[in-house]
Design a protein around this ligand. Sequence first.
Ligand SMILES: NC(=O)c1ccc[n+]([C@@H]2O[C@H](COP(=O)([O-])OP(=O)(O)OC[C@H]3O[C@@H](n4cnc5c(N)ncnc54)[C@H](OP(=O)(O)O)[C@@H]3O)[C@@H](O)[C@H]2O)c1
Length: 374
Amino acid sequence: MTHEASLIAGVEDIDCRGMTTLITGSTSGIGRQTAEALGAGGATVYVHGRDAQAGKEVTDHITRAGGTAEFFPADFTRRREIIELADRVREASDTLDLLINNAGGVFRSGQLTEIGVEYTFQVNHLAPFLLTAELVDQLNSSARVVTTASAAHNGTSLNLDRVRTVDTHRSFWAYSHSKLANILFTRELARRGEVHGCGWTANCVHPGAIPGSGFTRFLPGPVSKLAQALDRVPGVTSVAEGAAELLHVALSPRTDDISGRYFSDQVPTSPSESARQPQDANRLWRESASLLDIDVPLQLPAKEATWRGRLCVATERGGYWPHPRSILLRYSHHIAIVPRTLRDQWLHTIALPRRCYYHSNCRIAEASPDPHGS
Ligand SMILES: NC(=O)c1ccc[n+]([C@@H]2O[C@H](COP(=O)([O-])OP(=O)(O)OC[C@H]3O[C@@H](n4cnc5c(N)ncnc54)[C@H](OP(=O)(O)O)[C@@H]3O)[C@@H](O)[C@H]2O)c1
């Protein structure tokens, strides 16, 4: 059975039978439509949200359409419940083909969660970070991780001091900052997955401005009502169109080999400059693990080095591999193996990242991904 969102995404012909998928925040809005479309395509869908009744409606809908679905509740303000959600997914299936980190929203009141983190940051960023870390070993080599970000990330830069307090809480800043975190998280996940040779891809999506979802329900009554009324204005992004943005990145063959990108209107797009800072992506990754009191997931090779001055990237291949004193430098599509002692002479200077990582035996070096988003 075909679903409107699949048609809009151009993925209606994709056979999802045999696929195991988890879509967080699929009891409402674009997550729900995405889950229903995947179920209609034959996927096994793990539906997530907090509301058991809404969860049942979605799983019933999928089952009636001939699909398979199960509802797993978890409140993302509670660290333990996120871990339990991952446990239940692991129990239900050995492998995951698609993880859509979609749960989230704009939340009005400033409050700290039980781990002392601002509520929006935890629900929108730390929860998907923890869930992905917990499930990373379930992802098969052709799996896709899709995270729902937003164009609302524009105008903020990473500020990890401000997520430990609500003294200066402003709900829109908190939302915008959490969506910036979604993009930095995606880029770092893609980079670390590539370093580890995992094979899966990670991308994020701006689904459009969608007043018809449940997105505005936590805002003051009149604002919420006004926003929902906009859903009837011609040309406004519908919930199905928003879901199609997710489905395109999740299923389309056109996005097969793309990783670490931010999609808008079904096209990889450059996010804001703050969302393209590799150092911030790395710092967010490490500090998220620290806030959650977990080991840093997908750790990079043992030793980290910062070259003073510009990072140099070799553009020629030497015949030295696997000589123990050779070094493999990688930057974007460039790969080079150079003798360690001649590194500086061999390298062409480019004004890009200053950090790289290498194994302590100096055989493998990995440069940060392109901060300009290419
Ligand atoms: N709508 C827009 O204009 C727009 C634009 C850009 C990006 N986005 C993003 O799109 C995503 C989906 O939003 P939507 O518009 O579809 O809104 P929605 O209809 O409100 O759906 C949000 C989903 O997230 C879940 N959720 C919220 N708080 C949670 C918590 N503490 N723990 C667990 N689950 C929680 C909700 O579950 P419950 O039913 O249990 O609350 C619901 O399933 C969000 O990440 C949002 O930031 C939306």
